[in-house]
Design a protein around this ligand. Structure first.
Ligand code: IPM
Ligand code: MN
Length: 351
């Protein structure tokens, strides 16, 4: 059986880093005897600006037939905010029920953290971000728009089912790692949603006696991520908190050029989608200044999700091995171009 990958390079640096991830995939497939094919989909700002289409239904139906989706980044300055985010990225997360957003925060050897003296063994955690609910669902509305008495509401939707399944995933992950899980929320202020999250977490904790569970408010989590990341192993949190703390995490691990993510449907009813945490960075597009490591580490998450753990490990190790050769983690100061980094990684995957 051949794996079928849908590839959405997208906009800006998206296609550049995705191209390198595909070289890595080629190399891993050859070494580990993995059969696969890819289908490229032209989606993102360019398509929207030329055709007015964001995600035609027929395209979404086709995407659904693949084993996984590799996404670069979408967004161009000419497209109003929200169009591509809601119409493409969040739509796929919601429609394909990709309810876990898995975001490892790891200081790899060779990466440069802005936190002086931070050692790799002090920063190795995974954020499990709820990916289909919360403030992201788009519930709310506007009254008297434009008037001096305008009212805007934006509601956070939290269901027992949605909260329970993501927390359960996080406990399962923690039980395979160091056995420590932290629930991150703001239960002292968001008392309705917070209570649901806390009670659900307490209930599931009783089933996982080998996992110790604790709790941290999201503001304190930001403080600890910078001052003492070693206290975390698996953090489970809601959609918006997860969005925010994983950018902070990306900074700590050496920048967005290194931060990978997987949008998972753990039951595999739909293809899971893998993307670097960074955006399309239109300001540096076409210059060879984007670090493809985040995209390649996202490919490693993808291979792991598909059960190709040996290949995943080889891809991750090869991607990490180039970090020591870089003079900076992104931008013109890296000392290597996007494609040079990609080529070095692909050749190291080859063995
Ligand atoms: C991310 C991004 C998205 C999010 C945006 C582009 C909608 O910031 O993947 O973290 O908020 O989830
Ligand atoms: Mn984000």
């Amino acid at each position: 059986m051949a794996y079928r990958f849908a590839v959405i390079g997208g906009d800006g640096v998206g296609p550049e880093v995705t191209e390198q991830a595909l070289h890595a995939l080629d190399a891993a497939a050859q070494r580990f005897d993995i059969a696969f094919d890819t289908t490229e989909y032209d989606l993102g700002g360019r398509r929207f600006l030329t055709t007015g289409e964001v995600l035609p239904e027929s395209v979404e139906d086709e995407l659904a037939t693949h084993d996984a989706i590799l996404l670069g980044a979408v967004g161009t300055p000419e497209v109003p905010p929200g169009v591509l985010e809601r119409g493409l990225l969040l739509k796929l997360r919601f429609d394909f029920d990709l309810y876990v957003n898995l975001r490892p925060i790891r200081l790899y050897p060779g990466a440069v953290s802005p936190i002086a003296g931070l050692k790799p063994e002090q920063c190795d955690l995974v954020v499990v971000r709820e990916n289909t609910e919360g403030l992201y669902v788009g519930a709310g509305g506007v009254l008297r728009r434009g008037g001096p008495d305008e009212v805007a509401t934006q509601e956070s939707i939290n269901t027992r089912l949605g909260v329970e399944r993501v927390i359960r995933f996080a406990f399962e992950l923690a039980s395979k790692r160091s056995g420590h899980l932290t629930l991150c929320h703001k239960t002292n202020v968001l008392t309705y949603a917070g209570s649901l999250w806390q009670r659900t977490c307490d209930d599931i904790a009783r089933e996982y006696t080998s996992v110790t569970a604790d709790y941290v408010h999201v503001d304190a989590a930001c403080l600890y991520l910078v001052s003492d990341p070693a206290r975390f192993d698996v953090i489970v949190t809601d959609n918006l908190f997860g969005d925010i703390i994983t950018d902070l995490g990306a900074a700590i691990q050496g920048g967005l050029g290194l931060a990978a993510s997987g949008n998972l449907n753990p039951e595999r009813r739909f293809p899971s989608m893998f993307e670097p945490v960074h955006g399309s960075a239109p300001d540096i597009a076409g210059k060879g200044w984007a670090n493809p490591v985040a995209a390649i580490l996202s490919l490693a998450l993808c291979l792991d999700h598909l059960g190709e753990s040996e290949a995943a490990k080889a891809v991750e190790e090869a991607a990490v091995s180039v970090l020591g050769d870089l003079k900076a983690m992104a931008g013109p100061e890296m000392g290597m171009t996007t494609s040079e980094i990609g080529a070095a990684i692909a050749s190291r995957i080859g063995g």
